[in-house]
Design a protein around this ligand. Structure first.
Ligand code: C2O
Ligand code: CU
Ligand code: CU
Length: 475
């Protein structure tokens, strides 16, 4: 479904797909019935892309993670309506990496991405010799992982209940590249998997059924400086990781994840492998909204013991070419950021003073926000000077778990959930999980004006859509 070099003209259009035998779901895609083609760009070139909107509502095409100026970034201000074409010329000035593209309409990103307006970008850097498997479709595969819900007749549905509004949407069926639990035949040797969590909100901790080790070689913004051995990999929404897996033992294996459902502090970090039925009904934790503290409701949020099957692998013959061992170091691109000259604080708020006008939220129509304010399209929240390193401190109220994504640059994580972390092991990021005080170091080299500012937001799309977003200029 995802082939490289599928031309540079994308048509955002409607389609249908039979995800589960027998029922056609209405889907959207960029030039495909569902999702978009793999876009493959070379560092140092200019990519001419044109996107035509053949749907009946405004959309955008945001190049998530790519370092391009604001007027090319595809944020909410760059919406184009039905029948219109947007044709940016993108200077590719980004290290080799696996990126993401998706629509980014304020208030509609969740439903539009869910329908299928999303895809993967691969950046190649001709200036480095890639020591990893890189034969696309042979020993190098894209895995776009999404969770979806289907009704009884097998049609894909997006409906937000109370839990979905609070924690973000979670589906119980996992798609990889638009297919439910696919099987992939890989060569008996080292294989690179480029994993993109393109789910609206679901968090995965990927692992193999036989517990085998694998190596992470890249995160959001490009290669790590050395392969990192692990047996499980956690990815929040919009995060990417490239991993190298050794299939030379030829045994078939599956990729699975725990069914992580809870949005709050119990996931990972503070409470570790919390798998039971403990509830978040404590009023102290949930604040003063009595109905959210209802034990019955919150009790639905456990991590169930049954792993979700993501996909399975069959092993064929060894491929004739391709590296047979991992290098000990990788050609990562690591400009030093230096010391920060400024600090900014951001608190992700589950409730703000703002109220939704439309019917998206239903109920009391509360908006979420950052630093007390829900996102407003014509308000600039921060003004930033190009070329200056800053330290951003991000926190969350009510101990809820969120992510924080920044447009226009990649950053280093220096502290996560109150603890110092090894930035080098985490690599270059554009999304970070936040469930306690988190600090990132960043610098902007691409400019963004008031007309087309950059965004920062929670990448739980249901939070972003109700206002957990802000925007800034870089001058
Ligand atoms: Cu993946 Cu502001 O976006
Ligand atoms: Cu983005
Ligand atoms: Cu959030």
């Amino acid at each position: 479904d995802i082939a490289p070099g599928a031309g540079n003209a994308l048509d955002a259009r409607r389609g249908t797909r039979d995800f589960i035998a027998g029922a056609a779901s209405e889907t959207w895609g960029y030039s495909q019935e569902y999702l978009g083609p793999l876009l493959r760009f070379r560092r140092g070139r200019i990519a001419n892309i044109s996107v035509t909107n053949r749907l009946d509502e405004p959309i955008t095409a945001h190049w998530h993670g790519m370092h391009v100026p604001g007027y090319l970034d595809g944020g909410p201000q760059l919406a184009f309506g039905p029948g219109e074409t947007w044709a940016p010329e993108l200077p590719i000035d980004h290290p080799a990496a696996t990126l993401f593209y998706h629509s980014h309409i304020h208030g509609r990103t969740g439903p539009q991405v869910y329908r299928g307006l999303a895809g993967m970008i691969i950046i190649d850097d001709p200036g480095i010799k890639d020591p990893l498997p890189h034969d696309y479709g042979v020993n190098d595969f894209p895995l776009i992982v999404q969770d979806r819900r289907f009704d009884r007749s097998g049609r894909m549905i997006y409906g937000l209940g109370m839990m979905d509004r609070m924690h973000g949407f979670r589906g119980d069926q996992i798609l990889v590249n638009g297919v439910v639990r696919p099987k992939l035949t890989v060569p008996a040797g080292l294989v690179r998997l480029r994993i993109l969590n393109a789910s609206n909100a679901r968090v995965y901790d990927f692992r193999f059924t036989d517990g085998r080790q694998f190596h992470q070689v890249a995160s959001d913004g490009g290669l790590l400086d050395r392969p990192l051995a692990m047996a499980s990999l956690q990815l929040d929404g919009a995060e990417r990781a490239e991993i190298v897996v050794d299939f030379s033992d030829r045994s078939p294996v599956s990729l699975v994840s725990r069914d992580i459902r809870m949005g709050g502090m119990m996931n990972g970090g503070m409470m570790g492998d919390w798998g039971g039925s403990m509830m978040m009904g404590d009023r102290g934790m949930m604040g003063d909204r009595g109905r959210m503290g209802d034990r019955g409701m919150m009790g639905m949020g456990g991590n169930s013991g049954t792993p979700l099957e993501i996909m399975s692998f069959d092993v064929g013959e060894a491929s004739p070419a391709g590296p047979t061992r991992l290098p000990t170091s990788l050609p990562s691109d690591a400009p030093a950021l230096g010391d920060p000259v400024r600090r900014r604080d951001f608190t992700l708020n589950m409730h703000t003073r703002g109220m939704m006008r439309g019917g998206m939220m239903g109920g009391d129509g509360q908006m979420m926000g950052i630093n007390g304010e829900p996102y407003v399209m014509d308000r600039i929240d921060e003004t930033i000077r190009a070329g200056e390193t800053e330290l951003w401190r991000i926190n969350t109220d009510m101990m809820m778990r969120h992510t924080f994504h920044v447009h226009g640059t990649s950053f280093r994580v220096v502290r996560q959930n109150g603890r110092p972390v090894d930035s080098a092991r985490i690599g270059w990021k554009d999304v970070v999980r936040v469930q306690g005080p988190t600090e990132i170091l960043l610098r902007f080299d691409k400019l963004a004006s008031e007309e087309t500012p950059f965004m920062y937001h929670c990448h739980i799309l249901e939070h972003e859509d109700v206002g957990m977003m802000g925007q800034f200029t870089v001058t």
